[in-house]
Ligand binder design. Structure first.
Ligand code: ME8
Length: 640
C-alpha cells in the first residue's frame, strides 16, 4: 500500500547575509517534524533552500564589490555547512539561481498569462527593499514600511501586474472552507481580516533591477522576487520540467513552515498564484513566532542577531536543537539569551536526561555483568507512566506542540528517578543478592523507560538519542513506530560504552570565555562593511597598540580557555592581561614571546581576574592565532 506523503518546507532564506538563530529555528523545527513523520511511517519530502535574487541581494553584493552570484555562492556554502553541523535531513536544497528553478518560474507565469491574469501597466508607489514588498502610501507608518519599520523608496516604472484583486472572494471562500489552512488560529484571523479589507493588483516585474529571472519574452523586466521565490516549492519538485514524478507524488505540500513575518506572501499571494494556474493549494501554512533579543525581532537589518556558533562548538548541536524547541511555545515569540540556554542545558540535559540515564545504566552494569537484565517485565507502574508519556508525545507532536511533547518525556525521566528511589535496587541486592528476580524487573523497567525516552527524543536530538540507545546496547537504526511500544528492550544483551551524555557546564567560566571571545575580531562572521562603517584615521589613532613581551603565563584555575599573562609593555612594571587562548597555546611556551597588545582598553574582570588590556590574535572559526613581530623590537614599541 502506498504510504501517505508528507511534504514539508522551510522558507528559502535570503543570502545577503549569514544565517542566524531565526533561520536555524525554522529549519530545526522542520527537521524535527520530518524525522518524526518518517518514524511514523510517512513518505516524507523535506525541502529547504535559498532565495538569491532581488534588490536587497543586488545592493549588498555591490557594497561588497562582488557579483551577486559570487556572494550567493559564498553564503550558500555557510548554509550547507551549518545544516550539516545541525544534522538537518533535507531531501533537497533549492537555489533560485538554478536553471531548474528558472524553467519552473517561466512555466508558472505561462499559466497565469493563459488565464488572462497578467497585464502590463505602470507602477508608482513605495517599495521596501528590506521586505522586498510594495506598500500603498496609506499603509506607511511614519514614512516607513508598516511591517518592520524599514525605509521605503518611491518607485515609478513600467511593470507587469497580476490580477490579485480578482482573487479576493475565491481566497475568502478557501479560508472559510479550510479553517486549518493557516495556523495558529490567531494568524488565520489576521490573514482573513487583511484580505477582507480588499486586495489591489500586484506588480510582479521590475525594470530598474537586473538581478533576477528575466521576464519571459520581455527581458528588460525581471520577475518580482516573491513570485520567483514562492515558486520554489513546486520548481524543486520538477514543475515545468520534463520529469514530473516528484511533483505528482508530493504536491500539494502538507506544510509550509514560515515565520510570521512572511505570512501574507504565503497565505495570500501564493494561493492566489496557484488558483490562477489551476494548481492545488498547500494544505497548511504554519506561521511561528519570532526570537527576540532585547524585546525586538532579531533581524539582519536591525543588526541584533545571535549566531550561535559558539554554543554549538561548546555544547554540541543537539543542545541547541533542544533549547530552541523547548523554550519557544510554538506560534508565540520568545527571547533568546545565553543565560536561558545554560540554565536549560544544566537542568534538563546534564541533570535530567544525563543523570537519570547514567544512574540506571551504572546499576545495570554492576548487577548484570554489563548486560540488560535476564527477564522482561510485563506489568509495572512505570510502564503505565511510560505508555501515557508516549500517547501524550504523539498527540503533541502531531499538533506541533514540541514544548508539550518534551515536557512529557522529562516527566517520564523524573518518574524513572522516583521509581528508582522508591524501589531502591541496592537494598534489594543487599537483601536478596544480585540474582534476585525483583531487582531484574526493576532495572528492566528503568532501562525500557529510558529506551522509550531516547526514541521519543530522537527527532529533536538525533545524536543524543543514538548515543543513549548505543549505551543501552541497541545499534542505532532508524526508529520505526514499533520502537514506541513498551517491551522493545532485549534481555541479556551487552550494554554499550559508558560516558556522560551532557557534562555539566560551568556557567561562570562560560561567561568569562564568551566575553573574551566577543571582544575578538572574527573574520568568519565579520559583517559587510558599508561606507558609513569606515573608521577615520583619528579614531584609529586613539587606539594604543604596542609590542609586549610575555614574562609570566599560567592558566586561570577552572577555566579551559583563559590564561593569565604578565606582559612587559616598557612601562617599568608588568601589565596583567587575561586572554582566551588556553585551548590553542600552552602557557609555558608563551614566555619570552613578543605579542601585540591594545594598551588603553578599559579593564575587565574575567573569572575574578583583572585584565588591563587585550592581546591581538587572528580568529579562525573561534580559534585564536597570536600576532607577533618580525624582529626583537623593545617592549613598548608602538604599532601603527
Ligand atoms: O523572508 N525569529 O528570507 P529571510 C524566528 N527569502 N524566525 C526567524 C527570525 C527570528 N528572529 N528571523 C528569521 C525571506 N527567521 C524570504 C523567504 S520563502 C518563499 C522566501 C526565519 O532570510 C523565519 O522562518 O528573511 C522567517 O520567515 C525567515 O527566517 C525569513 O528569512
Amino acid at each position: 500500500m502506498a504510504r501517505d506523503t508528507f511534504y514539508i518546507t522551510t522558507p528559502i532564506y535570503y543570502v545577503n547575509d549569514l544565517p542566524h538563530i531565526g533561520h536555524i529555528y525554522t529549519t530545526v523545527v522542520a527537521d524535527t517534524v520530518a524525522r518524526y513523520k518518517r518514524m511514523r511511517g510517512f513518505d516524507v519530502r523535506f525541502l529547504t533552500g535559498t532565495d538569491e535574487h532581488g534588490q536587497k541581494m543586488d545592493r549588498t553584493a555591490k557594497q561588497q564589490g562582488l557579483p551577486p552570484k559570487a556572494l550567493a555562492d559564498r553564503v550558500v556554502s555557510r548554509y550547507h555547512e551549518l545544516w550539516r553541523t545541525l544534522s538537518i535531513t533535507n531531501d533537497d536544497f533549492i537555489r533560485t539561481t538554478e536553471p531548474r528553478h528558472h524553467a519552473g518560474v517561466h512555466a508558472l507565469i505561462a499559466l497565469l498569462k493563459a488565464k488572462g491574469d497578467i497585464y502590463k501597466g505602470s507602477y508608482e508607489g513605495w517599495y521596501c527593499a528590506g521586505c522586498e514588498a510594495f506598500f500603498p502610501e496609506s499603509q506607511l507608518v511614519d514614512g516607513k514600511c508598516p511591517d518592520q519599520g524599514h525605509p521605503v523608496e518611491m518607485l515609478k516604472e513600467e511593470s507587469y501586474f497580476f490580477r490579485l484583486s480578482a482573487y479576493q472572494e475565491p481566497l475568502l471562500r478557501f479560508y472559510r472552507e479550510n479553517p486549518e489552512c493557516i495556523r495558529p488560529a490567531s494568524r488565520y484571523n489576521e490573514v482573513v481580516r487583511f484580505v477582507e479589507m480588499g486586495l489591489k493588483d500586484l506588480s510582479i516585474s521590475r525594470v530598474s533591477l537586473k538581478w533576477g529571472i528575466p521576464w519571459p519574452g520581455d527581458p528588460e523586466h525581471v520577475v518580482y522576487v516573491w513570485l520567483d521565490a514562492l515558486a520554489n516549492y513546486i520548481t524543486a519538485l520538477g514543475f515545468g520540467s520534463a520529469d514530473q514524478t516528484l511533483y505528482r507524488r508530493y504536491w500539494p505540500a502538507t506544510l509550509h513552515f514560515v515565520g510570521k513575518d512572511i505570512l501574507r506572501f504565503h497565505c495570500v499571494y501564493w494561493p492566489a498564484f496557484l488558483m490562477s494556474a489551476d494548481l492545488p493549494l498547500p494544505e497548511q501554512v504554519f506561521g511561528h513566532g519570532w526570537w527576540l533579543r532585547d524585546e525586538r525581532k532579531m533581524s539582519k537589518s536591525l543588526g541584533n542577531v545571535v549566531r550561535p556558533d559558539y554554543l554549538i562548538e561548546r555544547f554540541g548541536p543537539d543542545a541547541l536543537r533542544y533549547f530552541l524547541l523547548r523554550e519557544m511555545t510554538f506560534g508565540q515569540d520568545a527571547s533568546f539569551s545565553d543565560e536561558g540556554f545554560l540554565g536549560r542545558y544544566n537542568a534538563d540535559l546534564a541533570n535530567g536526561l544525563g543523570n537519570a540515564s547514567s544512574r540506571v545504566l551504572a546499576m545495570a552494569r554492576r548487577y548484570f555483568d554489563g548486560k540488560t537484565p535476564p527477564e522482561p517485565c510485563e506489568e509495572s507502574p512505570l510502564r503505565d507512566v511510560a505508555e501515557g508519556a508516549v500517547r501524550r508525545y504523539i498527540e503533541a507532536m502531531d499538533d506541533y506542540e514540541f514544548q508539550r511533547a518534551l515536557e512529557g518525556i522529562w516527566e517520564l525521566l523524573t518518574a524513572v528517578d522516583g521509581y528508582v528511589n522508591e524501589k531502591a535496587p541496592w537494598a534489594i541486592v543487599k537483601a536478596e543478592g544480585v540474582t534476585s528476580l525483583r531487582v531484574g524487573r526493576v532495572l528492566y523497567n528503568c532501562l525500557e523507560a529510558l529506551r522509550l525516552a531516547a526514541v521519543m527524543v530522537g527527532p529533536v536530538m538525533p545524536g543524543t538519542a543514538a548515543r543513549l540507545l548505543a549505551q543501552l546496547g541497541i545499534t542505532p537504526a532508524v526508529a520505526t513506530e514499533n520502537a514506541l511500544r513498551w517491551g522493545g528492550l532485549a534481555v541479556n544483551r551487552m550494554l554499550g560504552e559508558e560516558g556522560a551524555l551532557f557534562p555539566r557546564a560551568d556557567v561562570e567560566a562560560f561567561f568569562a570565555e564568551v566575553n573574551v571571545d566577543e571582544s575578538k575580531p572574527d573574520g568568519a562572521t565579520a559583517p559587510a562593511t558599508a561606507e558609513g562603517d569606515l573608521l577615520g584615521i583619528e579614531e584609529f589613532a586613539r587606539m594604543k597598540l604596542v609590542v609586549g613581551q610575555v614574562m609570566v603565563a599560567e592558566r586561570v584555575p577552572k577555566s579551559k580557555k583563559l590564561v593569565r599573562l604578565e606582559v612587559d609593555l616598557g612601562e617599568g612594571s608588568l601589565r596583567q592581561l587575561v586572554a582566551g587562548i588556553g585551548a590553542q597555546y600552552e602557557p609555558e611556551r608563551l614566555i619570552g614571546r613578543r605579542i601585540v597588545v591594545v594598551a588603553n582598553l578599559k579593564p575587565a574582570v574575567l573569572m575574578g581576574v583583572e585584565s588591563r588590556g587585550m592581546l591581538l590574535a587572528a580568529s579562525v572559526e573561534g580559534a585564536p592565532y597570536l600576532l607577533s613581530v618580525d624582529a626583537d623590537v623593545p617592549p613598548g614599541t608602538g604599532v601603527k
